[in-house]
Ligand binder design. Structure first.
Ligand SMILES: [Zn+2]
Length: 258
């Protein structure tokens, strides 16, 4: 079986031996990973990782809680990174209203600018949305014309009803370790309801370990087979079939993986 992690963070100090990690990933069948930038320095760092390892791809973009050093001219640098053959999407971008003192107007402005950028570059986007369901839906609805290259809601955490609406608008959804906990009723209902044709596996490593690695840090893309197994169980289908479907979904959305 071959697996893919469409959203993780392999830059930074949590993974001191990436050579070893990539060897272990190929042993457990995780053949492709997409490691995501959250600002300019991390977007450069993940590009360098992708250049070192076969099967490693990256995204470049500004995460909504990482806008402290953001300057409009940085988007030109993101565009430059995005022209790299292994940059498969603009991301992660979006809205995050978890912290009450956050600058919502700035978040929205930078999000929409990056949707425009992705559209100009012909790339899909990886979207982060936390405690911001209404504004997220409104922005995606108002900017539907910018979503022609596809969009992924990573670690989707809003309602099943909204997921169904977003699916109609063309969204893909990825779920990670939290979906393996029996208490994660909403995520599991979404996985079961959405059908297999828009589902993707992710880990958000080093965060969000699955149930078998509860409390362990860092989480790694080695958790993908366990997450995939959960998808297959929720759909009552064979794991291999499920893995093939997720693999082909990822290659449909992220054209530069091909
Ligand atoms: Zn992330």
């Amino acid at each position: 079986m071959r697996y893919i992690d469409v959203h993780c963070h392999l830059d930074g100090r949590h993974f001191d031996d990436l050579d070893e990690l990539f060897k272990r990933l190929s042993r457990c069948g995780v053949e492709k990973v997409i490691t995501c930038g959250v600002d300019l320095p991390t977007s450069i760092a993940v590009k360098e990782i992708a250049e070192r390892y076969n099967g490693c791809y990256f995204t470049a973009g500004f995460h909504p809680t990482e806008l402290r050093d953001y300057k409009e001219s940085d988007l030109e640098k993101i565009a430059e990174l995005a022209s790299h053959p292994k940059c498969v999407a603009i991301g992660e971008i979006g809205l995050d209203y978890h912290y009450p003192d956050t600058n919502k107007p700035l978040q929205k402005e930078v999000f929409v600018k990056q949707l425009k950028l992705a559209n100009e570059l012909g790339l899909p986007v990886e979207i982060h949305s936390r405690n911001s369901a209404e504004d997220m839906f409104e922005i995606l609805r108002a900017n539907a014309g910018l979503l022609n290259n596809g969009f992924l809601l990573h670690c989707y955490s809003h309602s099943v009803e909204l997921a169904v609406e977003l699916k109609k608008a063309g969204a893909y959804f990825s779920f990670g370790g939290t979906s393996t906990y029996s208490g994660s009723k909403k995520a599991r209902r979404c996985i079961a309801t959405l059908g297999l044709d828009r589902l993707l596996t992710e880990t958000d490593s080093p965060y969000m370990p699955p149930v078998s690695k509860q409390g362990l840090f860092p989480n790694t893309p080695e958790s993908i087979p366990e997450i995939l197994q959960g998808f297959a169980e929720l759909h009552g289908i064979d794991e291999e079939l499920c893995a093939d479907k997720v693999w082909s979904n990822a290659h449909t959305l992220f054209k530069k993986l091909n």
